[in-house]
Design a protein around this ligand. Sequence first.
Ligand code: 5GP
Ligand code: ZN
Length: 118
Amino acid sequence: MKDNDCIFCKIVDGEIPSTVVYENDHVLAFEDLNPMMPTHVLIIPKNHYKNIIDDIPADEMANLMAAIKDVARIKGIDESGFRVIINTNDDACQTVHHVHVHVLGGAKMNEGNPSLDA
Ligand code: 5GP
Ligand code: ZN
């Protein structure tokens, strides 16, 4: 399940290089190209789904969510804290239409700020 025009599918295939943080058979986690925080990792399913409201099988969703704690531990932000964001469609400024989880941390964030601007 790939989309030939999708940059994140190309990252999964290795056509576009990325700095991999964590990987298993189902998901890939890599450093965001333009980090908004000291830690900014994207987690994606290896299969292509447009966003979180696409028809994502429950096991794929579970694998995506389970990877959050692995990434947080690897990056050393599991105890200090982190924020998870899944931008979906226009109002949330989703720019890459392959579902992805932003894991942001490494510094104190504003309370309740829904923006990525820390
Ligand atoms: P969105 O706005 O869709 O939630 O987030 C897309 C994210 O993908 C942005 O934070 C952007 O910096 C990141 N991004 C876009 N293109 C690339 C790329 O080619 N490589 C990496 N590592 N990140 C990318
Ligand atoms: Zn894709």
